[in-house]
Design a protein around this ligand. Sequence first.
Ligand SMILES: Cc1cc2nc3c(=O)[nH]c(=O)nc-3n(C[C@H](O)[C@H](O)[C@H](O)COP(=O)(O)OP(=O)(O)OC[C@H]3O[C@@H](n4cnc5c(N)ncnc54)[C@H](O)[C@@H]3O)c2cc1C
Length: 377
Amino acid sequence: MNFELTPEQQLLKDTVREFALTRVAPAAAGLDREARFPYELVAEMAELGLMGIPIPEEYGGAGADTVSYAIAIEELTRIDSSVAITVAAHTSLGTMPIYLYGTEEQKQEWLPRLASGEGLAAFGLTEPNAGSDAGATSTRAELRDGQWIVNGAKMFITNAGTDISACVTITARTGDDEISNFIVPNGTPGYEISAPMHKLGWRASDTRELSFHDCAVPEGNLLGKPGKGFHQFLEILDGGRISVAAMGVGLAQGAYDLALAYSKERRQFGKPISDFQAVQFALADMSTEIDAGRALVQRAAWLKDEGKPFALAAAQAKLYTGLLSNRAANAALQIHGGYGFMDEFAISRLYRDQKILEIGEGTNEVQRMVIAKLLGL
Ligand SMILES: Cc1cc2nc3c(=O)[nH]c(=O)nc-3n(C[C@H](O)[C@H](O)[C@H](O)COP(=O)(O)OP(=O)(O)OC[C@H]3O[C@@H](n4cnc5c(N)ncnc54)[C@H](O)[C@@H]3O)c2cc1C
């Protein structure tokens, strides 16, 4: 087995690390405090080719593998989750359905804009009454005179309402037992987007409620085959879980970095607190679990790149890194003592940003349900 990154993967890792340290780190606390979407950083990431990492070059992406993509998301989250989720939701949730299920015409129309980062894509699955039970979608689309008329609502949708949001891909019921996918461009009459939602964490990322009132979408915006929508979105979630799992590793690594540095600076009882075995053990546990989590994420990404079944590995990685990031953020804040509870210390932001990693893209309980099913239970 070869655990080494390829030269291309290493180069991307170094590039994203440098960008995160020099550009994201100085801005992250301010963006979080003001709940301000990071437009400048998104433009810079677009320049670096980070807004379409796994999309082939012929459609304007970087044409890199899933392992590279996971590494990039990990390195961004190590510094700031809001920036990382903006890239992850845009890439694996918003853009990927168009790449995987779109017609050649749809790909030509959308992918170059999205993969270049000129426009942002969103993914609308969750509804007010259909969360974990995503198949309970009640949004409807009816074909009338060559147009799909969409009515319904979506909840907690990332990237839908920024100044550069281009479209949302949604699930909608096209019959009693039939769910299909549609591309709804921003600006379509009848597609309404709420004000940004106020959140515990991911405060600089864009989260909205969407509503559709007799929203007329061209017939050609059906994505994939009619009736295949739910299955398609479940497949998208399998891939998306790798990026959220990468966020779990990145957040845990970032928390560890902060705790390690602080433990060497902070002195109590006449010595740095890193001299106390209790603190050393907490850091030793964190570093061990982070390595285990990273191995799970990279295995899932590698399986996907090899064209092998990866759904089980992705759900295991997502579940483990959700729990791991929770433990790591908690232990890292503990090492900061009271200072960790203050906004001036980055660990307090990482602590708030962590919880959603156990909820979004399927809660811990949903991951266990997916894993149990794939184990044949
Ligand atoms: C900041 C943020 C961004 C998001 N971005 C997006 C996005 O871009 N697109 C999108 O479509 N969605 C998005 N979501 C939605 C997210 O995926 C859902 O919140 C998540 O799937 C859980 O659904 P829910 O919130 O309705 O919780 P519920 O499904 O109501 O779950 C509530 C609790 O019940 C538990 N539960 C439910 N069913 C079972 C069961 N059968 N067995 C055991 N326990 C169960 C859950 O695990 C959970 O603990 C986002 C959410 C947030 C908060």
